[in-house]
Design a protein. Structure first.
Length: 338
């Protein structure tokens, strides 16, 4: 700890965490109030240390994300020009895993301060996202939402890019969550102001804010994105990366004949899923189910097949038991052939 001030100050908030040691990072409003106490004080005796972040480029991206280089270049260009991109695909294609790393590779550094991730759900609201009244000990107070604070932070640092990542973007009611900002997320409407519902304040989304959403195409219970909102986003389909250079190198490193045979069967399965009129490419099995292993054991592979892949197929073909039985035999047969 490096003490910068000594004295007494009157804190404007009604309530603060009453603990000896508290991580204040997530208490955005409290941190702002605390910083405001010292804005007028001179800190000539305090050396400001410039934060140095780990460098992160396209090569670092490909070390952990299995994507073709042409697809990566296209995706980067989409993000830079459209400012709003949705990564769509079946479970296991690495949408969430790739999103942050995509942001880092565009920024050129692994700066987590300029990247924020939230997850939408059915109860997520405008009050959570932009601004709303929240209950306190003495009634209700107007509090900023996570996207409002993120935009204000980006507005004060226009020389750098900021990335707001939304997982499961199609689980939320986007019209309800965005409210009057429905129009402002469009790339040509950045820096255009509208008056906010609760505070009567004029608000705009800075040009240096980029939005990356993730959408699961295999969940039939989820509604599709509103057509009016689709023009604000570009949609990039992420596919299983079994044939990418990265995954092939990973498979070579594991050097396991059973694993290689299993992946071949999974690719055969994906071809049948793609041809199925009731499913299609958006339901293919992703590569991430088979990643992250330093050593490849038969027990691990069997667990993936029995408790990840087969239950998904039972959901896909719940009315076609013959297909389920066929692929149970095929996938389990990989291990029985040893």
């Amino acid at each position: 700890v490096k003490w910068t001030h000594k004295g007494e100050w009157s804190y404007p908030a009604r309530q603060t965490p009453m603990k000896t040691l508290t991580d204040m990072t997530s208490y955005i409003d409290i941190v702002k109030n605390l910083n405001a106490l010292f804005e007028s004080d001179e800190l000539d005796d305090v050396d400001e240390l410039e934060q140095v972040y780990e460098q992160y480029d396209a090569d670092r991206f490909f070390e952990s994300v299995y994507m073709d280089r042409d697809d990566y270049d296209t995706l980067v260009e989409l993000v830079k020009t459209k400012k709003n991109v949705i990564l769509q695909g079946a479970p296991g294609v690495g949408k969430t895993f790739a999103a942050k790393r995509l942001a880092y590779s565009i920024m050129g550094e692994k700066n987590q301060d300029r990247v924020m991730m939230v997850q939408f759900h059915q109860s997520y609201s405008y009050e959570d996202f932009i601004m709303g009244f929240r209950p306190t000990e003495h009634g209700f107070e107007l509090q900023n939402g996570v996207f409002y604070d993120f935009c204000k932070e980006a507005e004060s640092d226009k020389e750098h890019s900021y990335f707001f990542i939304i997982d499961e973007i199609n689980r939320g009611n986007l019209s309800k969550i965005l409210g009057e900002l429905f129009m402002l997320i469009e790339s040509d409407k950045r820096d255009v102001s509208v008056r906010l519902l609760y505070s009567n304040e004029k608000f705009s989304i800075p040009r240096n804010v980029y939005i990356i959403g993730m959408m699961n195409t295999a969940d039939r219970s989820l509604s599709l994105i509103d057509y009016a909102l689709r023009r604000s986003f570009s949609f990039f389909a992420m596919e299983p990366g079994f044939q990418t250079e990265g995954f092939q190198a990973y498979m070579k490193k594991l050097d396991n004949d059973t694993f290689t045979a299993l992946i071949e069967k999974i690719q055969e399965l994906n071809r049948e899923i793609t041809k199925d009129a009731s499913l299609g490419a958006g339901f293919c099995i992703g590569h991430s189910y088979f990643c992250g292993q330093e050593e490849c054991s038969q027990v691990w592979m069997q667990l993936v097949v029995e408790y990840d892949i087969l239950p998904m197929l039972e959901e896909y073909w719940f009315d076609e038991p013959a297909k389920i039985q066929k692929w149970q035999n095929v996938l389990r047969g990989v291990f029985n052939d040893e």
